[in-house]
Design a protein. Structure first.
Length: 643
């Protein structure tokens, strides 16, 4: 990594930059101050002495601290109130109270002008970062700003000095790892960053995404088709066509090593539901998620406003025989709890099975161990007869902790309700007496979150009574042997009450009181009373080395029937609304066979409305299935009304 440009602040410059005349000071406005924003630059949390501002949705940062953090050279024109910064050959000129800036001499428009607040100069974070050879990611839910700066590409060359002719490119020896929607790829060709944008060879999209391919149009132009969307890229041209429509931006594809390099974030953002891009520089690992691939269902649109206090429902009951095994504590895997290189996270001792038993393993862990790790689901046959694993299938997602709902929780929920869990490599296997085998395993990067849901059935091959132990295990070894880990489960983190336990069913069923059309809106808590008594620590079938209840019912599905009575003989339109009961809520809901995604909802302020149910029957039923994607530890509330 080359050194960033040195920060040059003289005493005179500091005085002129930050102690401006009162005539240019903006009025003090407490509404500008943004509360509890975390700013991360190249993986390091940055502290600011002055408050962070939010003006009309644009984050503004105190100029002095921000330019020091990104390593920019700065000059100040006191007369015209112009701040000029230079980093990696990018020159940005900002004028106080003006929405017109200059980037390398060209005019550029700002959404919000730089300003003076309490005698401090404030500048728009995203504009300056992206025009200083960096990338910006904003997580609204957790109010986290992540800025990834690229290394100094100027090499000390003076502005205007001609670059020498470059020799033929040599492929770097360093290898990079790409996770394309969780599919691990060892990259033969490296990513390249130009003008603050990451580019990778087009083949990594076409080879590792379903329904995708590319073809050269001519020596300098290429078409890439991903799931029905066709991009046309031309070498060194910012004119990109998407399904025949022209887009002109700052992205310029280029040919390197004989391959067309295409802009990653541009492609991700071109899809309806978007996605995410993250590059962990120290591990040379790239994570790309396209939500249109990992989530097949459409999002419901948020509505704003509060709903009435819901009523309690007393007739909720466990449904089905698929046992639920939750491995979510310790959620944060730290050296104080994971004290050796190989540990058992949670375990379920099953005894007395003579036919077939259904299982679901739900896991949620964050790797804070300082190194990459592998987590697995294993089964040890502790009986004297063979057992067989059947119908083994599941889904997993990893992400940085900031994007847990969209990158992990929602894809898992969507896959369960749409019945799109993927078959395991060995969907059927036989385990001999005393033998242990791996059901599924997952890579988890440093500081990354792993979430998974996995269903499978176990049966006795001979019909004799069998016993076995299901474990979730972790290894930090370079060549892990997950099946050899048979230690007792690590202790729980009693200070972070995330669930761990085993319960008889992974589904709840409830029938709401009948709703008569044209009556007032009614709302119900989808629970079994004020407090949960199904998934408590005391009710866990295996106490392990400590259990914690699951009041949010993570890993479970709710099956909800809403009887509708229509005595009018006319066509009526019944509306169902869903909201959280406390804390942020998101999830997925299936209505009459079609699945929809619920975006993150603020309690008491936001809700979603399902498609209108049209009914002329005297007695009708609306069928719902709901699954929690993360956030609140309380289930949802459902409201019914007539439009």
């Amino acid at each position: 990594m080359k050194k960033y440009l040195a920060v040059l602040f003289t005493a005179v410059l500091a005085m002129s930059l930050f102690f401006v005349s009162p005539s240019y000071a903006a009025e003090t406005n407490k509404n500008l101050v943004e509360q509890k924003v975390t700013v991360i630059i190249n993986g390091e949390i940055i502290s600011f002495n002055d408050p962070i501002l939010n003006n009309s949705g644009t984050i503004l940062l105190p100029m002095r601290d921000f330019y020091e953090a990104i390593g920019a050279e700065v000059s100040w024109n006191q007369i015209d109130k112009i701040a000029t910064s230079e980093r990696n050959g990018q020159i940005v000129e900002l004028t106080i109270n003006s929405k017109t800036a200059k980037v390398n001499g060209d005019n550029a428009q700002l959404l919000v002008a730089p300003m003076i607040y309490k005698d401090r100069t404030y500048i728009p974070m995203r504009f300056v970062s992206e025009n200083s050879d960096g990338q910006v990611y904003w997580n609204q839910e957790n109010k986290v700003v992540e800025i990834i700066l690229n290394e100094d590409t100027n090499d000390g060359q003076s502005p205007g000095e001609e670059e020498p002719e470059e020799p033929a490119p040599i492929i770097p020896e360093e290898k990079y790892i790409l996770y394309m929607n969780n599919q691990r790829v060892e990259m033969e060709l490296p990513p390249i960053t130009k003008d603050g944008r990451m580019y990778i060879p087009v083949n990594y999209f076409s080879d590792y995404l379903q329904d995708s391919f590319n073809q050269w149009v001519n020596e300098t132009s290429l078409d890439l088709t991903i799931s029905g969307i066709t991009f046309n890229f031309t070498e060194n041209s910012n004119k990109i066509y998407i399904n025949g429509e022209l887009y002109s931006g700052n992205e310029k594809p280029f040919i390197q090593y004989g391959e067309m390099y295409v802009p990653v974030k541009f492609i991700v953002d071109s899809f309806k539901n978007g996605g995410s891009l993250r590059y962990v520089q120290e591990d040379r690992t790239i994570y790309i998620s396209l939500y249109d691939y990992i989530m097949t269902s459409d999002f419901l649109e948020k509505s704003y406003g509060s709903l009435n206090v819901p009523q309690l429902v007393e007739n909720a009951a466990l449904d089905g025989k698929r046992e639920l095994f939750v491995s979510d504590n310790p959620e944060e895997l730290t050296p104080t709890i994971i004290m050796s290189a190989n540990e058992t996270l949670a375990e379920n001792h099953v005894q007395g099975v003579t036919s077939t038993k259904e299982h679901r393993v739900y896991g949620w862990h964050i790797n804070k161990l300082g190194d990459r790790a592998k987590i697995g689901i294993t089964i040890q046959n502790t009986s004297s007869s063979e057992i067989q694993v059947m119908n083994s299938k599941g889904v997993s997602q990893t992400t940085s902790n900031s994007w847990s709902t969209f990158d992990v929780g929602l894809p898992l929920s969507d896959a369960v309700l749409t019945n799109t869990l993927r078959d395991a490599k060995e969907s059927k296997m036989t385990i001999a007496p005393g033998e242990t085998k791996i059901i599924q395993s997952y890579d988890i990067g440093k500081n990354y979150l792993l979430g998974f849901t996995h269903d499978f059935d176990i049966r006795s091959v001979t019909g004799a009574e069998v016993n076995y132990t299901i474990r979730t295990v972790i290894s930090l070894d370079s060549e892990p042997k997950l099946e050899a880990i048979q230690t007792p489960a690590v202790r729980i983190n009693e200070y972070a009450a995330h669930p761990r336990g085993v319960w008889p069913s992974s589904a709840l069923k409830v029938t709401l009181p009948s709703y008569t059309v044209d009556s007032e809106q009614v709302g119900y808590n989808i629970s079994n009373g004020k407090t949960d008594h199904f998934l408590t620590a005391e009710n866990s079938l295996d106490k392990m080395n400590g259990t914690v209840g699951n009041p949010g019912h993570f890993g479970m599905t709710y099956k909800v029937d809403i009887p509708v009575v229509n005595n009018t003989g006319k066509l009526k339109y019944v509306v169902v609304k869903i909201t959280g009961r406390g804390g942020f809520y998101s999830g997925a809901v299936k209505m009459n066979g079609r699945t929809y995604l619920i975006p993150t909802l603020k309690p008491g302020q936001e809700y979603v409305q399902l498609p209108v149910h049209r009914s002329k029957k005297m007695n009708d039923v609306i069928n719902l299935e709901i699954i929690h994607a993360g956030g609140s530890n309380l289930p949802v509330a459902i409201y019914v009304e007539t439009r």
